[in-house]
Design a protein around this ligand. Structure first.
Ligand code: IPD
Ligand code: CA
Ligand code: CA
Length: 265
C-alpha cells in the first residue's frame, strides 16, 4: 500500500473509529466488579479484562482491514508482516487509575510508515477527549486545533511526571529528578496515563511532562501529537527504555538540564 492522501484519510478515519470502540469497551468495565485484575511484573504493573478486550478488538479490526500491516501491542507483543506500516498500540493506558475507579485513562494508537510515526490517536473515553495528529498537519482535540503553552517562567509551570514500576527495588526511580524540579515550578502532577500527559502538553494544559522507563506503546501517538502542537521533546537518557521530556519550548529547555542522564546508584 502506498502512502497516498487517500490512504492516510481512511487510516485516520479507521484509527479514530476503532479508538472510540476501544473506549466504549473501557467504559463497559469501568467501576464494575468484573475487572479481573492480574499482576504482571509486580503489584504496580497490572492488566485487567478491559485491557485484553480492547486489545482484541483493535487487533481484529486491523487484521481484517489491513492484513499486511505489522502490529506492536502492549499485551500481545509484535506481529510482523511488512516494514511499510506498523500500528503501535496501548489498548488501555492508565490501568492503575482505571482499576481504582479514577477517570484518567486512554487508548493510544500510533501508526508508523517505514519506521516514522505518521499518525497518532489518543482517546480518553470517560472525558470524551479525542486527540489526533497526522504528520505535518497539526494536532487536534475533538477536531479543534491545539497548541502547546507559551509559558516561559518555571515558577508558572504546571508539569507532570510518572514513576517506574520497579520503583520499589531500583533506586533509579525518578525521585532525584522530582527533588530538583518540584521547588522550581507551580505544581507537579502525576496523572497516571503517559498518553494523556503528552496530549495535555500538546493542548497547553501542562507546560511539560517527563518520565523514564516508558515503552513504545506509551508514547508512539503522544510524541507525534506533542510535536505537531509545537512542543519540543528530548530523550534524556538511553539506558532506561524510553525516557523522555516533552514541553513547551522554553520550559522544555529549562527542564532538560535538571534531569539525570545517568542511573542513580
Ligand atoms: C502506564 C501509564 C503510567 C506510566 C507508566 C505506564 P499502563 O501505562 O502510562 O502513567 O507512569 O510508566 O506503564 O501500564 O497503564 O498501560
Ligand atoms: Ca501504557
Ligand atoms: Ca496499557
Amino acid at each position: 500500500m502506498s502512502n497516498t492522501h487517500t490512504d492516510i484519510d481512511s487510516l485516520l478515519l479507521n484509527a479514530l473509529s476503532w479508538a472510540r470502540e476501544a473506549g466504549a469497551i473501557h467504559m463497559r468495565y469501568f467501576r464494575s466488579d468484573n475487572l479481573d485484575i492480574k499482576s504482571k511484573f509486580n503489584d504496580s504493573d497490572i492488566v485487567t479484562a478491559a485491557d485484553k478486550a480492547a486489545e482484541s478488538l483493535l487487533i481484529s479490526r486491523i487484521k481484517d482491514t489491513y492484513p499486511d500491516h505489522s502490529i506492536l501491542s502492549e499485551e500481545s507483543g509484535e506481529t510482523h508482516h511488512s516494514d511499510d506500516y506498523r500500528w503501535v498500540i496501548d489498548p488501555l493506558d492508565g490501568t492503575t487509575n482505571f482499576s481504582s475507579g479514577l477517570p484518567l485513562f486512554s487508548v493510544s494508537i500510533g501508526i508508523e510508515h517505514r519506521g516514522e510515526t505518521i499518525m497518532g490517536v489518543v482517546f480518553a473515553p470517560y472525558l470524551n477527549e479525542m486527540f489526533h495528529a497526522v504528520k505535518g498537519k497539526g494536532a487536534y482535540l475533538n477536531g479543534n486545533p491545539i497548541h502547546t503553552a507559551e509559558t516561559d517562567n518555571m515558577a508558572h509551570a504546571v508539569v507532570a511526571t510518572g514513576f517506574p514500576v520497579d520503583k520499589n527495588i531500583n533506586p533509579d526511580n525518578n525521585m532525584d529528578n522530582l527533588e530538583r524540579v518540584l521547588p522550581l515550578v507551580r505544581g507537579v502532577r502525576r496523572l497516571g496515563s503517559a498518553a494523556i500527559d503528552l496530549c495535555y502538553v500538546a493542548a497547553g494544559f501542562l507546560s511539560a511532562y517527563w518520565e523514564l522507563n516508558l515503552h513504545p506503546w506509551d508514547v508512539s501517538a503522544g510524541l507525534l501529537i506533542v510535536s505537531e502542537a509545537g512542543a519540543k521533546y528530548t530523550h534524556f537518557r538511553n539506558d532506561r527504555n524510553i525516557s523522555v521530556i516533552a514541553g513547551c519550548p522554553k520550559i522544555h529547555d529549562c527542564m532538560v538540564p535538571l534531569l539525570s542522564t545517568e542511573p542513580r546508584t
